[in-house]
Structure formats: structure tokens, C-alpha cells
Design a protein around this ligand. Structure first.
Ligand code: ATP
Length: 244
């Protein structure tokens, strides 16, 4: 169903000088889905997210978001359309408190949303992130790695994303915390109906919370499927993932 597509990428090409990082790449994300983007180091996953969120411009190809061609829009115009990117190295303001970081997450719609409403939204968010409530006055830079990642995601939620791009939210985290962060992503989707496109090295853990997955290799999609199908069958899993 084409009306259900929040994101449609067609024949996208991006090169860093002589290095072709995206090679005629096409894929899509449906409204409300969690889609995992898998693939070995250097496959082009980070490049794809940066190109979608406008941090860099594709040399050719098209990116449709909610039916609009956003390929050539600058990043700040894309953010305004509620397409929010949480980059690989969690960008929180480490010298500000947790609560101030959350307020800043709402900055681009602060004029539309009264401060009172933002406070209410933070209270709601605290129900999903009790640890952030507990640490609301702590400086963000003194949180643990897992807590910082949760804050980075919570801050992105304050921007009311319709599509959330998450680049390796579990990078550098202990396995038990990885599960916690990924479970949280699923709870956020279930609660806010946020569509999520997720890069994850933890293939198994990410498939467990995802609806569908794509496998990238050499800048293009080499496989796609429903997460449940891939998880159900070891042979499929192996064939599907290759050396991802
Ligand atoms: P990883 O899982 O290791 O983060 P990735 O799938 O996200 O990998 P990208 O970071 O998108 O892959 O990199 C894709 C290719 O582009 C790699 O060959 C990489 O070396 C190259 N590349 C990425 N950024 C740059 C850059 N700024 N300048 C030159 N080459 C780059």
C-alpha cells in the first residue's frame, strides 16, 4: 500500500570522492514500522541515514518522505518535518542537566508548544524513562553510557518525530543494556506510533523488536524480509544475513 509509505528511497547514489558509499539504493519504510538496517562495517548504513536527514546531499536518486521529495532539502527543513536523526555518537549536551537536554529537544516547536505543554510532555516521557526522572537534575555528561543513550533517544522524542532514524543506539553498551535500550525503542513506537529506522550491529536483538529488516552490502540492499520469518528459521537467518 503506497499510501502507507512514510519513506521511499529510489536509486540513491552517494560517493565520498572516489568511494561509492551508496550504489543505486532503493528501499522503503511503512508508517508505524520498526525497520532494521543490517550489514557489515562499511556497508554504507551511516551514510544512508545522513543522506536521508539532509546532513549530506545525494549525487542522484530521490528520497520521498510523506509523499514529498525531500532529496535536496537542507537538514533544518527536514527536522521541521518531524524527521529526526539520532547520530552514532550520542549528541547530548553534557554540561547541561538531563531536564535541560529534554527541553532543548523541543526547541524547534517551542513557539508553537507552550512551555507548560513541554513540561507535561516531559512528565509523560518520564513514565517510559524512569531513570531519567530520577536523574533529571544530574549533568548529562555524568550519566552512564546506557543512560546517555536513553537521554539522546528521549530528547529526540521531544521533537515529536514521525520518523526516527537511530544510528547504533546500543554502540558500546553491555549486552544487558543493549536489550534495555532496544526494548525501549519498541515501547516508544507502541506508545507514540513513531516510525523507526534503526541501524544495529546486534542483529538478533534488533530483529526481535523489528517488523522488517534490510541487509546492506557495498552501498546497496542485498536482502529484505520480515523479522519474524528471519528469526524463525536458522537457515533463512544464515542465508539472509550472509556475512552481515
Ligand atoms: P559502520 O557499521 O562501520 O559504521 P556503515 O555501514 O555505517 O559502517 P558508512 O560509515 O556509511 O558504513 O561508510 C560507507 C563507506 O564510505 C565506507 O567505505 C567508509 O570508509 C566510507 N566513508 C564514510 N565516511 C566517509 C568520509 N567522510 N570520507 C570518505 N569515506 C567515507
Amino acid at each position: 500500500d503506497l499510501n502507507n509509505r512514510i519513506l521511499e528511497v529510489k536509486n540513491l547514489n552517494f560517493s565520498y570522492g572516489p568511494i561509492k558509499a551508496l550504489n543505486n539504493l532503493s528501499f522503503h519504510v511503512n508508517k508505524g514500522e520498526i525497520v532494521a538496517l543490517l550489514g557489515a562495517n562499511g556497508a554504507g548504513k551511516t551514510t544512508l541515514l545522513k543522506t536521508i536527514s539532509g546532513l549530506q546531499n545525494a549525487q542522484s536518486g530521490t528520497i520521498y518522505y510523506k509523499g514529498e521529495d525531500i532529496t535536496k532539502l537542507p537538514a533544518e527543513q527536514i527536522v521541521k518535518r518531524q524527521l529526526i536523526h539520532v547520530p552514532e555518537h550520542r549528541q547530548i549536551f553534557s554540561t547541561l542537566s538531563v531536564i535541560d537536554n529534554l527541553h532543548l529537544g523541543a526547541y524547534h516547536h517551542y513557539s508553537k508548544t507552550k512551555r507548560k505543554n513541554v513540561v507535561k510532555e516531559i512528565e509523560q516521557l518520564f513514565e517510559i524513562f524512569p531513570i531519567l526522572k530520577e536523574r533529571q537534575n544530574q549533568l548529562a555528561g555524568t550519566l552512564s553510557g546506557g543512560q546517555q543513550q536513553m537521554l539522546a533517544i528521549a530528547r529526540a522524542i521531544m521533537a515529536k518525530p514521525d520518523l526516527l532514524l537511530l544510528d547504533e543506539p546500543s554502540l558500546g553498551l553491555a549486552p544487558i543494556i543493549v536489550k534495555e535500550v532496544l526494548d525501549l525503542v519498541k515501547r516508544l513506537r507502541d506508545h507514540y506510533q513513531t516510525t523507526v529506522l534503526l541501524i544495529e550491529q546486534n542483529v538478533f536483538a534488533s530483529l526481535k523488536i523489528s517488523d522488517r529488516a534490510y541487509v546492506m552490502q557495498h552501498g546497496t540492499i542485498i536482502n529484505e524480509g520480515y523479522a519474524q520469518d528471519i528469526l524463525r528459521d536458522e537457515n533463512i537467518k544464515e542465508a539472509f544475513l550472509g556475512h552481515a
